[in-house]
Design a binder for this molecule. Structure first.
Ligand SMILES: NC(=O)c1ccc[n+]([C@@H]2O[C@H](COP(=O)([O-])OP(=O)(O)OC[C@H]3O[C@@H](n4cnc5c(N)ncnc54)[C@H](OP(=O)(O)O)[C@@H]3O)[C@@H](O)[C@H]2O)c1
Length: 365
């Protein structure tokens, strides 16, 4: 049965709620705040790009587009192009790729100068579904190739379901299809998102083409230093999502932390620049989302004006309680607390019942 329009609001609320349902601090004993991972080279920081394993250069700052509302994101992407952004982070599940595509197509910047990342949603794992999903994304983004295509989450759901496992599909087979798409030139690089060490090791053991990027949540509340170092040791570039801790969206408010504010005042930049610089100095790409022209321009420019000292880095990491902002019930993070796991299991069961009776394409409603 198709999901009716009336149901879509409820489903959207469900996703919004579960996606950020675990904004509670993690147990300090689970995540240790550690020294920073390997730093970016001076050359990389000065060029404002990071080199992927094949030598391609990925701009260190890109524009995030999640929860950029319909009607707003096209203007935001146009403003970002004018401000100098060349890297855009998209996904069909954000339900705004066609608007992003419109802005990119009419932005006056040659395609060869743009870096466009998109993601493959969780219920597209079989070869034909992967190919169809890519074609939809390419059409929405008005381009004939992607610079980077990521497996959005390390899960395998049956087509048009939420969290219903597909026993006839696998991440390894999905990766083989992505490798074929690289061979065919439809995708320049392939990578993953929300993968931990266990999932990466499994993928690396069968991959012909290594993942170029792992996109994960990273900010001073969640340094994930061991995972960042594991990726960097294996030639996988790390991209930080929610690098501003989701701004003021979920009440965590890292931007208003007294230490962040003090460092911002000391370096005469915005609090956002302090958080972005914290990731950039460790060679991690950042993709802050903003639809505000002033803020998105500042996010691209201010982090290059200053550097954080080792002491300031330590102070930032000590100043904020550890925690995640993006932890949906299907997440496989190994730092989840028992209550988060139980909540996830309970929500999974509820979702399975709700969605077992419904046809659902979350990338389209
Ligand atoms: N792979 C994944 O599973 C995954 C998960 C989450 C996110 N992502 C990607 O990562 C991107 C960024 O993460 P995010 O959107 O979760 O959160 P974020 O970038 O950490 O924070 C975005 C919030 O910060 C505000 N903001 C932006 N610049 C600011 C500034 N200079 N000063 C004060 N507030 C500022 C924005 O509001 P305004 O728009 O009003 O400025 C917005 O409310 C997403 O958009 C998406 O592309 C990927």
């Amino acid at each position: 049965m198709r999901v009716t329009l009336a149901r879509r609001g409820a489903i959207a609320s469900f996703f919004a709620a579960v996606a950020t349902s675990t904004n509670t601090p993690l147990m300090p004993s689970v995540i240790q705040v550690r020294p920073q991972a390997a730093c970016a080279t001076v050359e990389e920081l000065s060029k404002k790009t990071v080199k992927l394993a094949d030598g391609a250069e990925l701009p260190l700052i890109g524009l995030g587009t999640w929860e950029s509302s319909k009607g707003e994101v096209e203007a935001a992407v146009s403003a970002a192009l004018n401000a100098g952004y060349r890297h855009f982070d998209c996904a069909p599940v954000y339900r705004n790729e066609h608007e992003v595509g419109r802005a990119l197509a009419h932005g006056g910047v040659p395609r060869s100068e743009l870096w466009i990342t998109s993601k493959l949603w969780n219920d597209r794992r079989r070869p034909a579904d992967v190919r169809e999903a890519l074609e939809q994304t390419l059409a929405s983004l008005q381009t004939d190739y992607l610079d980077l295509y990521l497996i959005h989450w390390p899960v395998v759901w049956a087509r048009n379901t939420v969290m219903k496992p597909d026993s006839l599909a696998s991440l390894a087979e999905c990766w083989r299809t992505l490798e074929a798409l690289v061979d065919e030139g439809k995708v320049r690089h392939i990578g993953v998102s929300n993968f931990g060490e266990v999932e990466l090791a499994a993928l690396l053991s069968t991959a012909r083409i290594k993942p170029a990027v792992n996109q994960i949540e990273l900010h001073p509340r969640l340094p994930q230093t061991a995972l960042v170092e594991y990726c960097q040791r294996n030639g996988i570039v790390v991209t930080a999502y929610s690098p501003l801790g989701r701004g003021t969206l979920k009440g965590a408010n890292m931007l208003s932390s007294p230490t962040v504010q003090e460092l911002a005042a000391r370096h005469a930049v915005s609090p956002a620049a302090v958080l972005l610089r914290w990731n950039l100095q460790r060679g991690v790409v950042v993709i802050p989302k903003s639809t505000n022209p002033g803020r998105l321009a500042a996010n691209l420019e201010e982090p290059w004006r200053f550097a954080l000292s080792a002491d300031e880095v330590r102070r930032l990491e000590d100043a904020v309680a550890p925690g995640r902002f993006c932890s949906p019930p299907w997440a496989t993070f190994d730092d989840q607390t028992t209550s988060q796991r139980l909540l996830g299991t309970a929500l999974t069961q509820v979702a399975r019942v709700v969605f077992s009776v419904a046809w659902l394409d979350v990338t389209k409603w």
